[in-house]
Design a protein around this ligand. Structure first.
Ligand code: URA
Length: 209
């Protein structure tokens, strides 16, 4: 896969615009995120290995395409990553799920891990890390560092929106991790928000402030 894939499908772009609008309600925001997560998952799983199996249709026997049984792990970067999980799990219900929790130390400005729980045998799985917003890239890079330390070798990163700064940081730290996103916005502001962006994704999906 390319290092960066921007999914320009009209449905994705239309739903993203609705999510950006500041008056979109929490319930609608959450539903749109679920729908977009499935469209992005469609793209990120495009090259999953396939095999065939022999089946009987009502008409005849055929060798029909089927997934080659590659084990999948979805890893949510807390807390906003959870907004992407359910939709993707509907498409790949057998995927295992992990969680990485990181907060930013206000003195060092470095991400500090407060939670980690992931499926066993990450080395045998395709790992899809999910976080709606790739902003500075600090927490995404740290989460992927952690997944690699735990043995993951085949990792992809799915986000809704990215800033050029975050994409560059990920490319520098993890050039082997393809990113799939719905848009790359203009820049970060002085508080680390994506501009024009959609605000704080966690607050908007959970109705917090
Ligand atoms: N996280 C968010 O939720 N929004 C941003 O714009 C940047 C980081």
């Amino acid at each position: 896969m390319e290092h960066l894939t921007v999914v320009r499908h009209p449905l994705v772009q239309h739903k993203l615009t609705l999510m950006r609008e500041k008056d979109t309600s929490t319930a609608v925001f959450r539903q749109l995120l679920r729908e977009i997560s499935q469209l992005l998952a469609y793209e990120i799983t495009r090259e999953l290995p396939m095999t065939t199996k022999t089946i009987e249709t009502p008409i005849q026997t055929m060798d029909a395409p089927t997934l080659a049984g590659r084990k999948l792990a979805l890893v949510s970067i807390l807390r906003a990553g959870n907004g992407l999980l359910d939709g993707i799990l509907e498409l790949v219900p057998s995927a295992r799920v992990g969680f990485v929790g990181l907060y930013r130390d206000e003195e060092t400005l470095k991400p500090v891990q407060y939670y980690y729980k992931a499926p066993e045998l990450l080395s045998e799985r395709l790992v899809i890390a999910v976080d709606p917003m790739l902003a500075t890239g600090n927490s995404s890079v740290a989460a992927i560092d952690l997944l690699k330390e735990q043995g993951a070798t085949d990792i992809r990163f799915l986000c809704l929106l990215a800033a050029p700064e975050g994409v560059a940081r990920m490319k520098e730290a993890h050039p082997d991790v393809p990113i799939v996103t719905a848009a790359v916005d203009t820049q970060l502001d002085e508080n680390g928000y994506i501009v024009p962006g959609l605000g704080d994704a966690g607050d908007r999906m959970f109705g917090t402030k």
